[in-house]
Design a protein around this ligand. Structure first.
Ligand code: ATP
Ligand code: SF4
Ligand code: MG
Length: 342
């Protein structure tokens, strides 16, 4: 399948009083039409910064560093003027944020907020845009859409507000939707409904989705590809099946251990990952996971691990896969978390 978005060597830094925070340190990923890429990792690993970079939303003191590429429609957007970004943002690629209340404008009716995008990107007049807004609210499952379209964000429940965010993102029929922790603030039932809605819409509209989460469990039955991020880098990437059945990186093993399993011993406590990620102000010499890794070897402290490629373009950046390292993989999930896509 052809990639519609290709991100290469993305590096984003924040110049702060304390020094340069290297938030994203050379990240590569791509998405093809109708595909879901999940970006998974702990708090602070650079998921949102990567997403904002792809949306052209990095603001001072942040910079996208030279050598970074965000390729869309035959162009590297990093090298384009703001006018190109404006066409792409909202029109071609839209973002759904975790906190819908903060992302929505409290002083505008939801209808006007949906219509805004249609007027800017699709040359609709106000009446057409409002009609389309009602259709979109219906599409995302908001009852009495013709009345609700005139209401303000505070008049909606958390789950309904997230549906409004999805309607805004869908307004211009974008090719890509980036959903940054879209369900974290919601309770479990509503969470499942929102993910189901995203899946249905994706099937119907063939939109590509970049789904960002700290919880591998959330993406188990949705992601075609999974990129696992740690301290500003992608340390493992593969198909959903490979990540769940044959994970190759100790950090991914820890993340999988932290997901509740239906087939496991329910009395067993969930395993949290001990320790903290490295300070992003520091230059890292060896493997970034070294302080927390149960499989750490001498070389891991001295030299950054190379990336090893396995079948099906599954990749992992860890010394354990070097030919000189003997032993069996200490972790197999049996894929119990993975529900294969129909
Ligand atoms: N405006 C900023 N100024 C300085 N540092 C920043 C800024 N924005 C982000 N960072 C730093 O970049 C790093 C990555 O942040 P990011 O928001 O991408 O994390 P995340 O993976 O999305 O985490 P979470 O799961 O908590 O949302 C963090 O260490 C953060 O402190
Ligand atoms: S390179 Fe070494 S420290 Fe890093 S994850 Fe692999 S085994 Fe652990
Ligand atoms: Mg984030």
């Amino acid at each position: 399948m052809n990639n519609i978005l290709e991100v290469k060597n993305l590096q984003v830094s924040y110049h702060t009083y304390a020094g340069e925070v290297k938030a994203v340190r050379g990240v590569d990923f791509s998405v093809s039409e109708g595909e879901t890429l999940a970006i998974v990792g702990e708090s602070g690993c650079g998921k949102t910064v990567s997403a904002k970079a792809v949306m052209g939303l990095i603001q001072t003191p942040g910079v996208i560093k030279e050598g970074s590429e965000i390729n869309y429609g035959g162009k590297n957007l990093v090298a384009q003027p703001e006018s190109e970004w404006e066409k792409y943002r909202g029109g071609e690629c839209a973002m759904i944020f975790q906190d819908a209340l903060a992302a929505l404008n409290p002083t505008l009716s939801v209808g006007k907020q949906i219509a805004e995008n249609l007027i800017i990107h699709r040359n609709c007049n106000k009446r057409e845009a409002m009609e389309k807004a009602v259709e979109l609210l219906e599409k995302v499952g908001i009852p009495e859409a013709d009345k609700r379209v005139k209401q303000y964000p505070h008049e909606f429940s958390g789950g309904m507000r997230q549906r409004v965010m999805i309607a805004i993102a869908l307004a211009c029929n974008p090719k890509i939707i980036i959903a940054d922790e879209p369900t974290t603030a919601l309770d479990v039932t509503i969470q499942a409904q929102i993910l189901e809605l995203l899946k249905e819409l994706q099937k119907e509209l063939k939109t590509s989705i970049i789904l960002i989460t700290h919880d591998l469990g959330v993406v188990a039955d949705m992601a075609d590809q999974i990129a696992v991020m740690y301290s500003g880098k992608i340390i493992e990437k593969g198909s959903g099946r490979d990540i769940f059945y044959h994970p190759r990186h100790p950090y991914t093993w820890s993340l999988l251990n932290a997901v509740p399993r239906l087939d496991g011993d329910r009395k067993k406590n969930l395993v949290s990952i001990e320790g903290t990620p490295p300070d992003l102000l520091l230059e890292l010499k060896g493997c970034p996971f070294v302080e927390r890794c149960a499989h750490c070897m001498n070389i891991c402290t001295r030299q950054a691990p190379p990336t090893f490629t396995f079948e099906n373009e599954h990749r992992a950046t860890c010394w354990l896969h070097h030919e000189k390292v003997q032993g069996e993989y200490p972790f197999e999930t049996g894929g119990a978390l993975c529900v294969e896509k129909a």
